[in-house]
Design a protein around this ligand. Structure first.
Ligand SMILES: [Zn+2]
Ligand SMILES: [Zn+2]
Length: 271
C-alpha cells in the first residue's frame, strides 16, 4: 500500500526517518555493455532493466535519473506491480526511434491483465497515437538482455504462481507466500537476495517477517534485503531484531551485484 498508508497515523506512518517512507516495490538493474548500435561501435552503453512498474514508477525513475529502459520483467499482474506501465511512454518513444519497442516480459496470466488494463495500448484495434511503444514478450525460463541472463524463479503468491528473478549473484523474490522446493535449487550461491516480508501478522498471500527470515536462513545469501514491507514494521526497531545478514531494504538502496555469476554457475555440473 505504500508507507505512509492512506488514513493511518501510526508511529511508522508518521516517522520522520526517510527509510520508513516506502514507495511500492521495484528494482532497477543498471550495467554498461560494449558494442551498442553496430559491431564496430565498442563504446560502453548504459543498460537498464526494471522489474515491475508499479504506481510509483515515474517517481522512482525521476529519483534515480532513469533515461532509458531496455526491458521490463513482470512478477505478476497486481496493481502495485503494473500500474506505472504507461509512464514508460516517453522512454519508449526514444527506444522506438533507436531500434524498437521496449520488450515487456510477462507470464500468460500477467499478460492477460496487462492487455485488459491497457487495452488502448495493446489491442490490435488501438488507435491512440501516443500509446507506449512496448511489446509483450512471453516470459521463459531464461532471458538474456544485452548479455545479462535473467532466470525465472517460480514462487507462490497465495493461489497464484508468480515470477521471481535471479540475475548473476542476486535474486529478487517479491509477494512470496511459499517457495516451491524446486526453486530453492535456483537460489544457491547468492550474494544478495531481495525477499518480501509484509508484517508479523499472517496474510494469505504474503510471508510474515518470521517466515521470510526462516527462508533467508535456508537460502543462505550473504545478505538478504527484505522488501514489500507494510507499516507494521518500523525500519530501525525491526532491523534491531533481525539476525546478522538480514535487514530491511529501503527506497533508494543501491547495491553492487556481479552479473557474470549465473553464467559461471551454469557451467558447473549440477549435483
Ligand atoms: Zn501481489
Ligand atoms: Zn505486491
Amino acid at each position: 500500500m505504500g508507507v505512509p498508508t492512506l488514513g493511518c497515523d501510526c508511529a511508522v506512518c508518521t516517522s520522520q526517518d526517510r527509510r520508513d517512507q516506502r514507495l511500492r516495490p521495484s528494482v532497477l538493474l543498471r550495467w554498461s555493455s560494449p558494442g551498442y548500435g553496430s559491431e564496430d561501435d565498442q563504446a560502453a552503453q548504459e543498460r537498464a532493466v526494471v522489474i515491475d512498474t508499479g504506481p510509483d514508477f515515474r517517481e522512482q525513475a525521476l529519483r534515480n535519473g532513469l533515461t532509458r529502459v531496455d526491458a521490463v520483467f513482470y512478477t505478476h499482474g497486481h496493481a502495485d506491480h503494473i500500474l506505472g506501465m504507461d509512464d514508460l511512454r516517453p522512454l519508449s518513444f526514444t527506444a522506438f526511434r533507436e531500434g524498437g519497442p521496449i520488450p515487456l516480459y510477462a507470464a500468460p496470466q500477467t499478460t492477460e491483465v496487462l492487455e485488459r488494463v491497457y487495452d488502448y495500448t495493446f489491442s490490435p484495434k488501438a488507435t491512440y497515437p501516443n500509446r507506449a511503444r512496448v511489446k509483450l514478450e512471453p516470459l521463459t525460463e531464461r532471458t538474456t538482455i544485452h548479455g545479462v541472463e535473467f532466470q525465472r524463479v517460480p514462487v507462490k503468491h497465495g493461489e497464484m504462481e508468480i515470477a521471481g528473478f535471479r540475475f548473476g549473484n542476486a535474486a529478487y523474490l517479491t509477494d512470496v507466500s511459499e517457495i516451491p522446493e524446486e526453486s530453492f535449487s535456483l537460489l544457491k550461491g547468492l550474494d544478495h537476495l531481495v525477499l518480501s516480508a509484509l508484517r508479523h501478522k499472517p496474510h494469505p498471500n504474503h510471508a510474515t517477517l518470521e517466515q521470510a527470515v526462516e527462508w533467508a536462513g535456508r537460502i543462505g545469501a550473504r545478505q538478504t534485503w527484505l522488501t514489500h514491507i507494510a507499516h507494521e514494521l518500523g525500519h530501525v526497531e525491526t532491523n534491531r531484531s533481525l539476525p546478522a545478514g538480514i535487514a530491511l531494504a529501503y527506497d533508494g538502496l543501491s547495491i553492487l551485484v556481479n552479473l557474470d555469476a549465473l553464467k559461471a554457475e551454469a557451467t558447473v555440473p549440477s549435483e
